[in-house]
Design a protein around this ligand. Structure first.
Ligand SMILES: Cc1cc2nc3c(=O)[nH]c(=O)nc-3n(C[C@H](O)[C@H](O)[C@H](O)COP(=O)(O)OP(=O)(O)OC[C@H]3O[C@@H](n4cnc5c(N)ncnc54)[C@H](O)[C@@H]3O)c2cc1C
Length: 388
């Protein structure tokens, strides 16, 4: 078994690092932290177009649709290097919706949406959750009435992040109220500037914004429906499998800074690095980060063999996000009460980064499916146990 990267992949890593050194500024990183997303700010829009110009947003897509005909391994390498540089790339259009359009969308839809996504010109926002439908997504009931050449939409969505800055809503709506719940859902692409859409902010404990979105007689052309009517739940499950991945190096960088802090700080006359408890905890985190990395690259490996990872994606997402929280907890123990000081406070160790990451890491085991839901998926689809 060979765990190393191929020669061309190792060369790419060098190229990406050089690009990062030239193009990632502290202003860009700060803007992304403030927004809680890479998309939306002025700095980021320019940066994303530079990524797109190199084909680095969608390297695995066919050239016809704006890709490089390369591999998912390349995509995963780019994402992890960016995460290490403080700029985790989360694009709904390039990473969740786009791959599903590529697989199951009409040719018209592919031509309309995929090339501008690949160039970094447009972004989507996820439109799944509703007040009564989170873990149980099949319970969603935003109504899409079939009016011949268009749907008429009425209802509410909840926690739909980035809808205030994205261009399109990747929306799951109910098109059939009879029969099994999961067989009456369709997926569609909605222009977020359509009349009748109202977006209201919900601010997370990390300080960044998600939204509730109201649909009031919103017209969506039929051509914007993904694949077949009433099969949206299956596309949605596929898109979730693409979404459930988490580049581990965002927290690897934080971990390395915590280790440096322990190395350099003397407390009660003794270096923190000599404290047996701290050493044990840091060693444990180093192991868990390594496991996260292997689970992460396993997903690329599966995708490159033309399969969509399923329970493996749940394993990676669940493990990596829980490791992220354990790293933050460990960091708080190492830094002591100073760890709670915010960015901007001159006494804050690591420039207040840990305090920010600690708050951000909380939501990561919730969105894209909670840890309990990931464990259910692993039990059912990974181990073949009956539904709970
Ligand atoms: C910051 C943030 C951003 C988000 N962004 C988006 C977005 O962009 N688009 C979008 O569509 N959604 C988004 N979400 C929604 C997110 O996916 C849901 O919050 C999540 O799936 C949980 O649903 P819920 O909040 O309704 O909780 P519930 O489903 O009500 O769950 C409540 C608790 O019960 C547990 N639980 C539920 N069912 C089971 C079960 N069968 N077995 C064991 N335990 C169970 C859950 O694990 C959880 O702890 C976001 C959420 C947050 C917090």
């Amino acid at each position: 078994m060979d765990f190393g990267f191929k020669k061309e992949e190792s060369e790419l890593i060098e190229e990406v690092r050089e690009f990062i050194e030239q193009k990632i500024t502290s202003e860009l990183v700060e803007e992304t932290h403030q927004l809680g997303a890479i998309y939306g700010g002025a700095e980021a829009r320019e940066f994303i177009k530079k990524l797109g110009a190199r084909g680095w947003l969608t390297p695995a897509w066919p050239r016809d649709y704006g890709g490089l005909d390369s591999s998912e391994m390349v995509t995963y390498i780019i994402r992890d290097e960016m995460a290490y540089a403080g700029l985790p790339l989360y694009f709904v259009a390039a990473y969740n919706a786009g791959p599903m359009i590529l697989r199951d969308g009409s040719e018209e839809m592919k031509r309309e949406f995929l090339p501008p996504i690949a160039r970094g010109e447009i972004e989507f926002a996820l439109g799944y959750t509703e007040p009564q439908a989170g873990s149980d997504l099949a319970a969603l009931n935003i109504r899409a009435e079939d009016r011949g050449d268009h749907f008429l939409l009425n209802g509410q969505k909840m926690f739909n992040t980035s809808t205030h800055v994205a261009d399109y809503h990747w929306l799951a709506a109910r098109t059939n109220f009879d029969g099994p719940k999961h067989k009456g859902i369709s997926l569609m692409v909605v222009d977020l500037k359509s009349p009748g859409i109202t977006i209201r902010p919900l601010i997370t404990m990390a300080g960044w914004r998600t939204n509730e979105v109201y649909y009031d007689d919103v017209v969506v052309p039929k051509k914007n429906m993904m694949g077949e009517k009433n099969r949206g739940f299956y596309y949605l499950m596929g898109a979730l499998d693409f979404e459930r991945m988490f580049a581990p190096s965002a927290y690897k960088r934080l971990f390395e800074e915590i280790v440096d802090y322990a190395r350099e700080t003397v407390f009660n006359g003794r270096p923190l690095s000599k404290d047996p408890l701290i050493r044990q905890k840091l060693a444990q985190m180093a192991i868990e980060l390594e496991v996260s990395k292997l689970l992460y690259y396993q997903l690329a490996y599966i995708l490159d063999r033309e399969k969509i990872p399923n329970y493996q994606a749940s394993m990676e997402k669940m493990f990596a996000t829980e490791v992220a929280q354990r790293i933050c907890n460990t960091g708080m123990e190492v830094l002591g009460l100073y760890g709670q000081l915010k960015k901007g406070d001159p006494r804050a160790p690591l420039a207040g980064k840990l305090e920010f990451f600690y708050r951000s890491s909380v939501v990561e085991t919730i969105y894209a499916g909670t840890s309990e839901i990931q464990r259910n998926i692993i039990a059912e689809r990974g181990l073949g146990l009956p539904r709970g």
